[in-house]
Design a protein. Structure first.
Length: 256
């Protein structure tokens, strides 16, 4: 199995990571030793820190406007040009600096018939979609539960297709500042051919909220990784980390 099907994209926007972010990212990349990895950030970002601590990771600089806020970052991830620029790969793994990868299951996930997968929301979002083609009498009431974009796998061809198919909805999402992961979750319900897993399947890829409950629901399967792990549920994640690094994390974590 070629390891060049996936590129790991790590969004960065500040000159230095926090100690927890640095340790978490280092741990994740240690568990992805054969994967292509790339930082993506503002083109004017000072790179000395990243070159010192992550010398093997390439950097791709983009317009600074994309990294001003969560909303501008979401707009970036709703642009076809962003995905097309990684066209030599089949998949993008978004790995934000507050996520962690425990093991490399990517060869399994890229062979599933899925276009987008992220940590499920244990309580599904109940939404009224009343924009663009769904305005007025065409309104749709839907429920979405997959999933968070902080650690997410995206099939480039599928994402490009749904952004073209739903260009009017994507335009409104960009204008209104909709979180990009919510757009793809909605597309998984409404778009033709855009494949998103159910919450139980997604929880075997990643978790964020209530991981202990998701672990019980999915039959006791630990995920490949998680997002916002030291803020949401460190007591679930710490026992899954190798002993040496676990002690380092505990020293850095608040209230440790």
């Amino acid at each position: 199995m070629s390891n060049h099907r996936v590129v790991v994209v790590v969004p960065v926007y500040k000159p230095e990571l926090s100690p927890l972010e640095k340790l978490s990212l280092s741990y994740s990349l240690t568990n992805l030793p054969t994967r292509s990895v790339m930082f993506v950030g503002p083109k004017n970002l000072p790179l000395a820190y990243y070159q010192k601590h992550f010398p093997s990771v390439a950097f791709r600089g983009l317009d600074e406007a994309h990294f001003q806020s969560v909303k501008t970052y979401s707009r970036l991830l709703l642009q076809r040009d962003f995905y097309a620029s990684f066209g030599t790969y089949e998949f993008i793994l978004i790995l934000q600096t507050d996520a962690i990868v425990l093991r490399d299951d990517l060869d399994h996930w890229v062979n599933q018939p899925l276009d987008y997968i992220g940590a499920p929301w244990p309580i599904p979002w109940k939404l009224r979609v009343n924009v663009a083609r769904y305005a007025g009498a065409n309104e749709k009431r839907i429920s979405v539960s997959v999933g968070n974009g902080g650690l997410s796998l995206r099939r480039i061809s599928g994402v490009l297709a749904v952004l073209a198919q739903f260009d009017d909805v994507a335009k409104v999402a960009i204008e209104r500042g909709m979180p990009e992961d919510m757009f793809f979750s909605i597309a998984g319900v409404l778009a033709q051919g855009f494949r998103v897993p159910d919450a139980i399947s997604a929880s075997k890829f990643a978790m964020e909220f209530d991981p202990q409950d998701m672990f019980a629901i999915n039959g006791g399967v630990y995920p490949m990784g998680g997002h916002s792990w030291w803020e949401k549920a460190p007591q679930f994640w710490l026992p899954l980390i190798d002993e040496l690094e676990r002690a380092q994390f505990q020293q850095l974590m608040p209230n440790s």
